[in-house]
Design a protein around this ligand. Sequence first.
Ligand code: 13P
Length: 250
Amino acid sequence: MKKICAANWKLNFSPEEARRYFAEWSALRPANLSCDVLFFTPAYDLTVAAEFAPAEGFHFGPQNIYFETSGAFTGEISARAVHSLGARWALIGHSERRTLFGETDDVIAKKVKTAISSDLAPMLCVGETLAEREAGQTKNIVARQVRAGLGRVVTETASHTLAIAYEPVWAIGTGRVATPQQAGDVHAEIRRILSDLLSPPRAHEIAILYGGSVKPDNAKDLASQPDIDGFLVGGASLKPKDFFAIADAL
Ligand code: 13P
């Protein structure tokens, strides 16, 4: 399986700033990156990503979609429309969507289904809070989120590209990164759940990314874990140089 280095820009960069970013990316890009690169940008930057993607060889997608693809849903993002712009991935169920915008497992499951029917590869985000970790609930929480997110699309996922991003909520934007051992343990558990839900061969084709304070100086140690197949990077993806250094560790 090819590893994936994904950027989550969150609510950063206007289209003009996005264009400057990709110009810098293009100038700095090393020829020998061995992983796939994805950018999850704000919706209004997707057309800018689409301009650069073919020559730069990356994929891109939105940070969220709605589970309906058209109609009276003010302010939402259509999976079908972003696909028509060239997006091939969609980030779904990020912890900021779950906690700040009230997304439930049920809503997230519907979004995963819509992504697949719109020919977007879903990257399903899962992860426990600090209180849940301290209560010894990490594996239960992650198992619930993976099973709920994929439970309705077991047949479709047999042949559709998807990925899981494990992002412990306590490590996001805090500078407090999971140790390679902590992350590796949860990734191995996610692989086990995928084997059970889908099949062992299929589970080994699905990339499981780690996210949460990934930086150039901790990426190598995390990448050495056998079940860590990539990174989902927030803050450090905002500087092309740092994002390259992280991608280079994979
Ligand atoms: P940071 O890399 O800023 O901790 O963010 C992680 C994240 O939420 C990526 O989706």
